[in-house]
Design a protein around this ligand. Structure first.
Ligand code: NAD
Length: 264
């Protein structure tokens, strides 16, 4: 049987450690024959990211701070030099001051609002802008969102507003690039215990609530997200663009606490 990602080259952005959603996606892609490059933010992460990349047979590990245009350009220059063309990108990046991921949304500061939107929303557009030029045979671009974009979730605050803007930008990007055979999608993942998630207030409670109340009565794993990503990044997703695919054990369809959920 031929592998789903055989002959495809892709960039994975947002790998911090083996708990990262980016790691679940990278493993799924590599298992299906993809050739991978990784970008990481800041020197401190290189010693974590490099051995993980190596595990998946990749030595293309490039620094990139998505807040810096020159840094994004340098990343894509490196990819162009090595590969020439590109088939897919995964953007698994988000950031906000964790002091504003608790308490009330209304208290969000102008500075952190702008920074959260810049790093968590605009960066995807900035990256797709560069990737488009290298996707001469079509391509697939994927970002990560959360249900806090659609409904109010405790403590998610400015990140909910940012994810709403991210999901809207997925739709606009899908329209712009569809003519060139480039698909743009998001996965709305259920809560997973990662470095970024640990900054969110009461995260353990949110995890428990989802476990008790989602139709599958469990939380999702980075492997679950990896498998859905494989669909969107491979030819299996050839008819799907502008989509926000929920990988959340079904939580987004629930309107009320489950009758069998324990009190908490
Ligand atoms: P993570 O901490 O493993 O990954 C976040 C990544 O963002 C890190 O690798 C970090 O280096 C990177 N990053 C932050 N600022 C950056 C910058 N300026 N330049 C480059 N990289 C930068 O956490 P994760 O949970 O795997 O997060 C990945 C994505 O998934 C995020 O967009 C997050 O919002 C989203 N998401 C997470 C959950 C969850 O519960 N963990 C649920 C839904 C969506």
């Amino acid at each position: 049987t031929t592998q789903l990602m055989a002959g495809k080259r892709g960039l994975i952005m947002g790998l911090a450690n083996d708990k990262s959603i980016a790691w679940g996606i990278a493993k799924a892609c590599a298992e299906q024959g993809a050739e991978l490059a990784f970008s990481y933010q800041g020197d401190a992460l290189l010693k974590r990211v490099q051995p993980l990349a190596q595990q998946l047979g990749s030595d293309l590990v490039v620094p990139c701070d998505v807040g810096d245009e020159a840094s994004i350009d340098a990343l894509f220059e490196a990819l162009k030099e090595r590969w020439g063309t590109l088939d897919f990108i995964v953007h698994a990046i988000g950031f906000s001051d964790k002091n504003e991921l608790r308490g009330r949304y209304v208290d969000t500061s102008r500075g952190n609002f702008a920074m959260s939107m810049d790093i968590s929303v605009y960066s995807f557009t900035a990256v797709v802008q560069r990737a488009e030029k290298m996707m001469t045979n079509g391509g697939s671009c994927l970002t990560l969102s959360y249900y806090g974009a659609e409904k109010v979730m405790p403590h998610y605050n400015v990140m909910g507003v940012a994810k709403a803007a991210l999901e809207a930008s997925v739709q606009y990007l899908a329209e712009d690039l569809g003519k060139d055979g480039i698909r743009v999608n998001a996965i709305s993942a259920g809560p997973i215990k990662t470095l970024a998630a640990s900054g969110i207030g009461d995260f353990r409670y949110i995890m428990k609530w989802n476990e008790y109340n989602s139709p599958l009565r469990r939380n999702v794993t980075t492997e679950d997200v990896g498998k859905a990503a494989l669909f969107l990044l491979s030819d299996l997703g050839s008819g799907t663009t502008g989509e926000n695919l929920h990988v959340d054990a079904g939580y987004h369809v629930v309107g009320m606490k489950a009758v069998d959920a324990p009190d908490m």
